[in-house]
Design a protein around this ligand. Structure first.
Ligand code: FAD
Length: 401
């Protein structure tokens, strides 16, 4: 009997692990190679929009994911200066029936565990840490992949290579996308923290996602792990660019770096920020969207293909959409180059649209002065129904099977 095709995936982030599961379901043998010596997800939350949970359902991962997740009842948007509500809309059952899948929030480590558990239970998948994909060469036989490890180097042959290796993808750098294909610095920094619920102000304990809009900054918070933790993301516009560490979750920030920026915000936001004692700092980059990210037997996925600013909380969701599309392409076609070309056709425009929309959303969130005044007036005039209908293009994702 013919051997199933062998796929190597560089990177065991949300994108790489979900892609491994999708490809194994399509009948491929998958080796995931991760450069980190161990898989330790950063202590932070992630929002999983219905376009992502719909794909997790298709892959048989939703039930396990929802055991570790929460479904906020609403998204509530408030003005930073005085706490006035600008808009809200439901995220619970009404959202699920509108978009066909739930809106969830989950600790990143819990999502990673769900994915790793499934990989471990799938004989067609292996996950290896401490293995950096350093390069590749295509030949008539397949793709030869160069791997660096702490104790030396080795080469493996595969039928295809998926670069799910994040913002500063090594695979992307070798695809020949042109000189201008560089990460674009947004001038913004994300600050992230987790606050134990018993240390957080009572106003932050509701089962909802809160979004605060202030001049040149915004703040998002929601509960995690049965409400035991409050996840905070604060995004500010400043000069904390840090290229070398731009794809690590490990740069620490001090309380005194963050709190003073929120001094003039409403007390509910100010008190929550003050309750966070340990922050992580993340300089924000995206890239100009491209329509081509596949070269014969090599393709990109997730942040490697389309890094985006987190203003729609969509980076991981788009990586999960990619993984679903990749699996579907291999279910439809057995020829590797055709399947990868089909995957690229299904994904490049959609993901590029989300990159651009995320940039636009950032400009709206961070307005100040008269522009912010006009934005707030508009938001206050929108019904929950209208707010939801503006998100249909993003959340009501029905991929071609
Ligand atoms: C502040 C902030 C908040 C966000 N919030 C959300 C949210 O709520 N919802 C959402 O959907 N998205 C969110 N995102 C985006 C999301 O975090 C990313 O889009 C997502 O993690 C990308 O996953 P990935 O697997 O493509 O890449 P990564 O998570 O970057 O994983 C890449 C992996 O590849 C490994 N690697 C790198 N190079 C190599 C190599 N050469 N060989 C082998 N391995 C390699 C890395 O170590 C890493 O493990 C947010 C982002 C930020 C910055």
């Amino acid at each position: 009997m013919a051997q199933p095709p062998h796929a190597v995936i560089a990177g065991a982030g949300v994108g790489g692990l979900t892609a491994a599961i999708a490809l194994a379901r399509a009948g491929l043998r998958v080796s995931v190679l991760e450069r980190a010596p161990e898989l330790a997800e950063a202590g932070a939350g992630i929002q999983l929009a219905p376009n992502a949970t719909g794909v997790l359902a298709e892959l048989g991962l939703l039930e396990r994911t929802m055991q570790a997740a929460l479904t906020p009842e609403h998204l509530r948007i408030r003005r930073a200066s005085d706490g006035i509500e600008l808009a809200h809309f439901p995220l619970g059952v009404i959202a699920e029936s509108r978009w066909g899948a739930p809106y969830a929030v989950i600790h990143r480590a819990d999502l990673q565990n769900v994915l790793l558990e499934r990989c471990a239970a799938t004989p067609m998948i292996t996950v290896e840490t401490g293995a950096t994909v350093a390069g590749f060469a295509e030949s008539a036989q397949g793709v030869e992949i160069a791997i660096k490890q702490h104790d030396g180097a080795r080469r493996v042959m595969a039928d295809l290579l998926i670069g799910a290796d994040g913002l500063r993808s090594t695979i992307r750098a070798r695809l020949g996308l042109g000189l201008g294909d560089e990460p674009v610095w947004s001038g913004r920094t994300a600050w992230r923290a987790l606050v134990p619920a018993n240390k957080a102000p009572a106003s932050a304990l509701k089962l909802e996602t809160s979004l605060w809009l202030g001049p040149k900054a915004h703040l998002v918070h929601y509960p995690l792990r049965h409400g035991e933790l409050i996840n905070i993301v604060a995004i500010t516009q400043d000069g904390w660019r840090d290229d070398a560490a731009a794809d690590l979750w490990s740069i620490s920030g001090k309380s005194t770096d963050v709190s003073p920026r929120f001094n003039r915000w409403h007390r509910d936001a100010r008190n929550l920020v003050a309750a966070a004692k340990a922050w992580k700092r993340w300089p924000l980059f995206d890239r100009q969207p491209v329509r081509r990210w596949t070269l014969d037997r090599v393709a990109l996925l997730g942040d490697a293909a389309h890094p985006m600013l987190p203003f729609f909380a969509q980076g991981a969701a788009q990586a999960i959409e990619d993984a679903g599309a990749l699996g579907r392409a291999f279910t439809r076609m057995s020829d590797i180059k055709s399947a990868l070309a089909d995957y690229e056709r299904a994904r490049a425009k959609r993901a590029g649209d989300v990159v651009i929309a995320s940039r636009r959303q950032g400009a709206i969130y961070h307005m100040s002065g008269p522009m912010a005044f006009a934005r707030d007036l508009t938001m206050r005039s929108l019904s929950p129904h209208l707010m939801m209908s503006r998100l249909d293009w993003l959340y009501d994702y029905k991929p071609k099977r």
